[in-house]
Write a protein that binds this ligand. Structure first.
Ligand code: GLA
Length: 669
């Protein structure tokens, strides 16, 4: 049977840590939760030490009271297994479960997530508490979902201890079918005398005198992601035995700079995909990051609605300078996530902490209490989400897919590349941005995904691709699709071996080009393009082998060489963007490509208004988010109703979206 989240409408809430407060405070908590329209909170995330005071002895009395109180007040619980923060007694009994960093330093307990993912003692202790918790609360009426662990890999994505080394060898034996020669071949260990004669010779890629073997490092990243995934699966299994009908989630971290886990492998293990997203204080357009992250999470969920499990109402506390949100930003951020497919909005955390490492992190209920802007915004958002109940379950519709692959990301950013300045996320965002500005809906896909729903597939950065991915992408083009590929894509296979014969290896034939040498640009350098633009970061000596040059370099060592090419391939078209054009040039190039592909924006809106569509069974939901300082007007379909105000839009008149405001329009279909 399908395990779905049984909370009516859009879920709203946050992490609730009542154990950090005297019980007198709890009554106020639930009263204020109701006032704000909160209908689900995540509890117990960091409560292990209080729940299990010593090995095998439990005290559930506090959690019993918390869950009862929530239930009496009609607030559902997303009940966490507290396994992200083992208690001190555990580490005193099992010091070998502490993780070791790349430099060989053993880390101490005293914060959270300081355990070795491969430790048998940790696994045993985690599964024990998960089982006891699962059995105790399986039928509790407040519990609507399991929140397994918390942000797997946030602080301990890699452990280099001897136990991890042994687990790595087990993983490798399985991957290479116990064939050490196959591993030597895949890793290219004839290089620098790295040949292995015995599995036990293999260790994690610890700090060494020179550059470690690339395939060794890549397999290590894959192993680390899989090792944490095996913990998720094990906990999930235990919970499923106890409560077969309760859905489970774990909070992903699809956000800037978190690259530890291959979430394509993780998402299928969950009943509900959820994500944590925080803004970078230094990003002047963090709304683009929200959109990108939301599109990627929705894609991980296979297009199904997902939950925003954590976000901040104001400043976080873990960046060098933590900026507060500007007027209306909390609301725009939250509704932007809903626009991208979230059926729930939750924050870290409910009540701002008085003590502990996160005492300067914002919350739904700030230190200042209810006499505060954040509280007023939180209450307003609760009302807004209440108005959007019918949006639940509706889905995004996209004609464009961007290829996203963690293996390609990991491989691209290994040391000793042609340029350490080339960053996967920067390239994806550079291509995503103009689509976002034009209101074009985007899905993210794996290289081997079903591409039949799309007219245009873009691979801004796909350094590594295996033969299946290569065939899938090039077949898409030859059978009539439009494929646009960014520089340095297709360069290596799944073992990080260079695809010989000229670049961009895997895509050379489909793109109709052949590059014999790469010319990365130094930081600060740029070259000019024949279309009047400039380019930075990268160039290469592209020779045409069937393609036509769209733009060429007009300055620098590659003057006259194509920078952007277009090729007819089978019944489709392929484009190669062999450099990084400036944003305006890239935007006009991508709009030409998408127009040729017949891709239309969701809606044409004034420049400052982000337009996103969710499609329900009988109606479309058009989200209009005005990020600008001026009021804007947008044409909507006849019979439309603006859901946040509940008002029908006057027949024929455009809808006004005030500066900084959001509108959600139901349009009949
Ligand atoms: C993460 C964690 C939370 C909290 C927030 C702070 O998302 O899951 O427990 O530490 O960061 O931003």
């Amino acid at each position: 049977m399908s395990r779905t989240l049984k909370v009516p409408g859009i879920a709203y809430g946050g992490d609730y840590n009542p154990e950090q407060w005297p019980e007198e405070v709890w009554a106020e908590d639930v009263r204020l939760m109701r006032e704000a329209g909160v209908n689900m909170v995540s509890v117990n995330i960091f409560a292990w030490a209080l729940l299990e005071p010593s090995e095998g002895t439990y005290d559930f009395s506090r959690l019993d009271r918390v869950l009862a109180l929530l239930h009496e007040n009609g607030i559902a619980a997303d009940l966490a297994t507290p396994t992200a923060a083992p208690p001190a007694w555990f580490f005193r009994a099992h010091p070998e479960a502490l993780p070791v960093d790349k430099d060989g330093r053993t880390l101490s307990y005293g914060s959270r997530q300081t355990f070795c993912p491969s430790s048998p003692a940790y696994r045993e202790a985690a599964l024990r508490i998960a089982r006891v918790l699962g059995e105790r609360y399986a039928d509790h009426p407040a519990v609507v979902m399991w929140h397994v662990h918390n942000e797997y890999g946030c602080h301990n994505g890699e452990c280099y201890c001897d136990t991890s080394a042994a687990a790595f060898r087990v993983w490798l034996r399985k991957k290479y079918d116990n064939d050490l020669a196959a591993l030597n071949d895949a890793w290219g260990t004839t290089f620098w005398s790295q040949w292995y004669y015995d599995w036990d010779e293999i260790i994690p890629p610890r700090v060494t005198g020179a550059v470690p073997n690339p395939t060794h490092q890549l397999d290590w990243r894959r192993f680390c992601s899989d090792e944490l995934l095996s913990l998720l699966k094990a906990e999930r299994e235990v919970l499923l035995e106890a409560a077969p009908d309760t859905p489970a989630t774990t909070n992903f971290m699809v956000m800037y700079n978190f690259d530890k886990l291959d979430y394509w492998r993780w998402a299928p293990e969950l009943d509900v995909v959820s994500n944590d997203h925080y803004l970078q204080s230094t990003d002047p357009e963090s709304e683009i990051d929200i959109a990108l992250s939301g599109d990627l999470v929705r894609s991980l969920a296979g297009g199904a609605p997902w939950l925003l499990m954590e976000h901040s109402t104001g400043a976080v506390n873990w960046q060098p300078v933590n900026r507060a949100k500007t007027a209306g930003e909390l609301r725009r951020n939250a509704l932007a996530h809903v626009a991208r497919g979230a059926d729930g909005i939750a924050y870290f955390q409910w009540r701002a902490a008085k003590a502990g490492a996160e005492q300067w992190h914002s919350a739904m209920l700030p230190h200042a209490g209810t006499e505060s802007q954040i509280w007023r915004d939180v209450v307003q958002l609760g009302a807004d989400l209440g108005q959007l109940a019918e949006v639940r379950g509706s889905r995004g519709v996209a004609e464009v897919a961007i290829v996203w692959d963690w293996n390609a990301w990991w491989a691209l950013e290994l040391p000793s590349q042609p340029s350490a300045e080339v960053r996967f996320q920067d390239l994806i965002r550079a291509w995503y941005e103009p689509l976002w500005r034009s209101g074009v809906a985007v899905d993210f896909v794996r290289p081997d995904a079903d591409l039949s729903p799309y007219k245009l597939v873009m691979a801004p950065s796909l350094y590594l691709v295996d033969d299946t991915g290569k065939a899938n992408l090039t077949d898409f083009a030859s059978s009539g699709g439009v494929l646009a590929v960014g520089f340095h894509s297709g360069a290596v296979d799944e073992n990080c071996h260079i695809r010989l014969g000229g670049y961009p290896g895997a895509f050379r034939e489909a793109l109709g080009v052949r590059t014999d040498e790469l010319f990365p640009l130094l930081p600060g350098d740029s070259v000019e393009l024949s279309d009047g633009g400039t380019a930075t970061l990268w160039s290469e000596r592209v020779a045409l082998a069937g393609a036509e040059a769209v733009t060429s370099y007009t300055t620098g060592p590659l003057t006259g060489v194509p920078a952007v090419t277009r090729n007819s391939y089978g019944s489709g078209t392929t484009w190669y963007v062999a450099t990084r054009p400036d944003p305006t040039t890239l935007a006009s190039l991508l709009s030409r490509i998408r127009e040729e592909a017949g891709v239309k924006p969701v809606r044409t809106t004034p420049e400052t208004v982000e337009a996103v569509l969710r499609r329900g069974p009988d109606a479309d939901y058009l989200f209009l988010i005005n990020h600008g300082d001026e009021d804007a007007e947008v044409k909507v379909a006849p019979g439309a109703v603006e859901l946040l105000t509940g008002k029908p839009v006057e027949g024929g008149a455009p809808l006004k979206v005030a500066a900084g405001d959001v509108a959600v329009v139901r349009e009949p279909r």
